[in-house]
Design a protein around this ligand. Structure first.
Ligand code: NAD
Length: 509
């Protein structure tokens, strides 16, 4: 474990980055919300919070902006998102570094998150000329039927700490080209990257010229601010990313006022390694999926089913990777595993490992790495060989724990794979097309993301992202996810000189 340098250097660097990105100093120097970096546990800034009572006036402003923005032609709205993509390219290094500081990601992952933002901007720009509706055959003479897609309204976005900027961009790039305005409540653990995104969008807006004010509003605060956003009837759609616990609170509130929702909640993602698998490939994919980002991706691999014929070839090599992986301050070279976000995350990991041991698990790794930093939580990733998929394995612990189980029959492994609450991401490692196709079929994995010969994490923006069951059922990012951000109207036009009624109904007065 390597130690970082002087403590206040990170705070200084953070302030320099924020200033270069154009964030107003008043927003992050004397506020009530203390923001600490998981790299050292040190407080790096004090951000101004949004009072719960301010939320409704800010949403009113966002709604007024919507009434103007919806009239701007979609390709012109796309031009704003094109400029945002350009600004993100210019600021990629600074924003990526800020992600590393605020969340503890290794630099390639911090930069990768910004790349994902650039990619979704490119996608959305193209989409701004492709918001197509269908033309539908009608049963009546002299009639035409079609679908038209219209802007929806104010889109509320609630994000989790672990993808502090990418998830915002998935939602916002689409929402903006669809003619909506965005009110964003980032995690209270990551307000700095949110302020940075707001400043970067401002640069794009300045170049764009004639956009209404308040296209993007950032609300800084915790769950109470989130609830004020969720309950506001001027917010047409809330896209909420976070734990299933949060989804259980937010989902019913939105349903009670018939608001649209996109819920992107917890995962308990698994891989299956079949006898024919390319074990070299599987090893690397499992290590990245389970250890990478210190197990703090929604798509991190948390369960692994290995066929009994290859168990003794694969699992000892995996354990070796667990023992030798470099853990430390991710801003230093060659480190692959950074810190957990905070003490709560560490305590949850300890408690899960204790339960796993009681349930018969054999743990390799785990435990805190001694850094001398009392409020920084670096841990050794843990691989736990389990006799069966017992209670603790069914839960998502947001830390680098991989539960490994042996299987004999693929159908039994798939049944175990699906026997958890969450349904986000899954993968199978096999060179046997029957096994691969079974996993992809209606009787295979029940997740929203189903992969063959790659791990569970690291999705591309071109596909729709999200999962089933307790993951919430939402989809965002690519494919046709844009439709959730628009209002569909079905139009029937009568250009004949009579009024035939559908289904042959007669009503002559
Ligand atoms: P969290 O649930 O603690 O917080 C997420 C967000 O919800 C935060 O902004 C928080 O302030 C807000 N929030 C909390 N209570 C709320 C309430 N009552 N009303 C409105 N907002 C509220 O999650 P976290 O610890 O930041 O992130 C980790 C979790 O997020 C994991 O479970 C992970 O799997 C999940 N996650 C899911 C996805 C996905 O796409 N499915 C992506 C990233 C993270």
């Amino acid at each position: 474990m390597r130690r970082s340098g002087a403590r206040n250097m990170i705070a200084d660097e953070t302030a320099e980055i924020l200033s270069r990105l154009g964030v107003d100093e008043k927003l992050y120097t004397s506020g009530e919300l203390a923001v600490s970096t998981p790299l050292t546990g040190e407080i790096i800034s004090n951000v101004k919070q949004t009072g719960a009572e301010e939320v409704s006036s800010k949403i009113e402003d966002a709604h007024r902006a919507f009434l103007q923005w919806r009239n701007v032609p979609a390709p012109r709205r796309g031009e704003l998102v094109r400029l945002l993509g350009e600004e993100l390219r210019n600021d990629k290094e600074d924003l990526g570094r800020l992600v590393s500081i605020e969340v503890g990601k290794v630099p390639s992952e911090g930069a990768g998150e910004v790349q994902e933002m650039i990619d979704i901007c490119d996608f959305a720009v193209g989409l701004s000329r492709q918001l197509y509706g269908l033309t539908i055959a009608t049963e009546r003479d002299g009639h035409r039927m079609m679908e038209t897609w219209h802007p929806l309204g104010v889109v509320g976005v609630i994000t989790a700490f672990n993808f502090p900027v990418a998830v915002w961009s998935w939602n916002s790039a689409l929402a903006l080209i669809c003619g909506n305005t965005v009110v964003w409540k980032p995690s209270e653990k990551t307000p700095l990257t949110a302020l940075a995104c707001q400043a970067i969008l401002k640069k794009a807006l300045d170049r764009f010229g004639d956009a209404p004010e308040n296209l993007l509003t950032v609300l800084i605060g915790a769950g109470d601010v989130g609830e004020a956003l969720v309950d506001n009837t001027k917010v047409a759609l809330v896209s909420a990313t976070g734990s299933t616990r949060m989804g259980r609170l937010v989902g019913p509130r939105l349903a009670s006022r018939f608001a649209r929702q996109i819920l992107e909640l917890g995962g308990n993602n698994a891989g299956i390694v079949c006898p024919s698998a390319d074990l070299e490939m599987a090893l690397r994919a499992i290590a990245f999926g389970a250890i990478g980002t210190a197990g703090q991706r929604c798509t991190s691999m948390r369960r692994l089913f290995v066929h009994e014929d290859v168990y003794d070839q694969l699992v000892p090599r995996l354990k070796k990777a667990y023992e030798t992986v470099s853990i430390g301050n991710p801003l230093e070279q060659d480190v692959l595993v950074g810190p957990l976000i905070d003490r709560n995350a560490f305590e949850a990991m300890e408690a899960a490992l204790e339960s796993a041991t009681k349930q018969g698990g054999a743990v390799t790794g785990g435990g805190r790495v001694d850094t001398g930093l009392s409020e920084a939580y670096y841990v050794r990733p843990a691989l736990v060989e389990m006799p069966e998929q017992s209670g603790i394995v069914l839960e998502e612990t947001f830390a680098p724990i991989l539960y490994v189980m042996k299987y004999t029959e693929l159908s039994e492994a798939i049944a175990q794979h699906n026997a958890v609450g969450a349904g986000l991401s899954s993968s199978i490692f096999t060179l046997n097309m029957r096994e691969a196709e079974q996993f992809l079929s209606a009787t295979g994995s029940d997740c929203g993301i189903v992969n063959v010969n790659i791990g569970t994490s690291g999705a591309e923006i071109g596909g729709a992202f999200g999962g089933e069951k307790e993951t919430g059922g939402g989809r965002e990012s690519g494919s046709d996810a844009w439709k959730a951000y628009m209002r569909r109207s079905t139009n029937t036009i009568n250009y004949s000189d009579s009024l035939p009624l559908a289904q042959g109904v007669s009503f002559d007065i």
